[in-house]
Design a protein around this ligand. Structure first.
Ligand code: BTX
Length: 325
């Protein structure tokens, strides 16, 4: 992160109040002319900065890109996002993150892109990832847990996502087991957790997050339009993607730390409190059969417990769920 962007971070923190050139010069240990040059550089990058005589510089607006230089000064995390890799366009941030993980990138590395040309969901499904409209990112974690625990990270990430969305937009999302986040029944987020493991256990866990932020309905592929929504469509306002990334990474770190330290207990309660699945009548499509019944809860391992009309309790590890009432 460059001095220019540290300076941007300082103005962002000042929340629109002016900071004098002299103060910036002192804080950064540079001359006032150097401060001025950094300000010009930021303006060229799309930052709008007012310079008020005798008062100093104040930030009017900043470009809402996912470039690390703009994002990193906002982060309130210890580990996640300290290393960021950004591309304007890529096939899939999962591919980038897998590659980085194999090359030994540190835990907490985040790969982001403005656009994915081959964004993927579960089971080789396509994830619609329009340019500049959403958050398409993959986070590399290296938790010291057995591979069987990997699915829980999807649930932990889902809790982080709803908290972040609530905090930034005031909209209240719901979690649909196992990995969808819905607002008023439409999908705004998908989470895809993938693993690199060997005989020694998990080498890397790659959490892919797709969040629709500023799309209008027509920005989605026609097939996705009936089931998808964006934060802008639900809140009626343009939402800052930078603010969203900051909040997501903050909660993701908080909750993964909590999970590692205390186990799944508290997170399970949180997850269930946001879940639209639990307590509902659902239809679960499994590879070989379809089950209907009441979703009673999830186990410590994130396995869905479904009770069918005959009173039997079924453990569902993976399925597509449909609410039937
Ligand atoms: P999923 O398999 O649960 O959901 C995929 C399904 O969701 C698709 O078949 C389609 O019906 C619908 N869908 C596709 N795109 C969207 C969208 N933008 N909004 C709402 N619904 C949609 C969910 O898989 C996991 C998705 C993870 C995406 C992230 S983005 C960053 C990372 N890189 C990557 O390639 N994947 C992950």
């Amino acid at each position: 992160i460059t001095v220019t962007h540290k300076l941007a971070g300082r103005l962002i923190e000042a929340k629109g109040t002016a900071v004098s050139g002299q103060q910036l010069a002192d804080e950064f240990g540079i001359s006032r002319t150097a401060v001025w040059k950094h300000i010009k550089e930021l303006e060229e990058q799309g930052y709008e900065i007012a310079s008020v005589k005798k008062k100093g510089y104040s930030l009017v607006s900043q470009p809402d890109t996912l470039e690390p230089a703009g994002l990193q000064p906002l982060l309130k995390t210890r580990m996640i996002g300290r290393t960021m890799v950004y591309q304007q366009s890529c096939a899939s941030t999962q591919i980038i993150a897998h590659q980085l993980a194999q090359e030994g990138t540190p835990a907490g590395t985040v790969a982001l892109a403005e656009e994915q040309t081959a964004g993927r969901g579960r089971m080789a499904r396509v994830w619609d990832s329009a340019y500049g409209k959403g958050i398409w990112m993959s986070i590399v974690l290296r938790p010291d847990v057995v591979p069987q625990k990997a699915p829980q990270f999807t649930l932990v990430a889902a809790v982080a996502m709803v908290r972040a969305i609530e905090e930034v937009t005031g909209v209240k999302p719901e979690i649909k087991w196992p990995n969808d986040i819905l607002i008023r029944g439409k999908k705004c987020t998908g989470i895809l957790t993938e693993l690199q493991s060997d005989a020694d256990g998990i080498q890397a866990l790659i959490i892919g997050i797709g969040l629709n932020v500023n799309q209008e309905l027509s920005d989605f592929d026609v097939q996705v339009q009936p089931i998808a929504t964006s934060l802008k469509m639900e809140s009626g306002k343009h939402v800052s993607r930078q603010e969203m990334v900051r909040a997501i990474l903050f909660y993701l770190e908080q909750y993964t730390d909590l999970y590692i330290e205390e186990g799944f207990g508290i997170l399970k309660v949180l997850w269930e409190s946001y879940s639209s699945t639990i307590g509902s009548k659902v239809r679960a499509r499994l590879p070989k059969e379809t089950l209907e019944g009441i979703a009673e809860g999830i186990t410590e391992d994130g396995v869905l417990q479904l009770r069918t009309a005959d009173g039997k309790l079924h453990s569902i590890y993976s399925a597509d769920i449909e609410m039937t009432s």
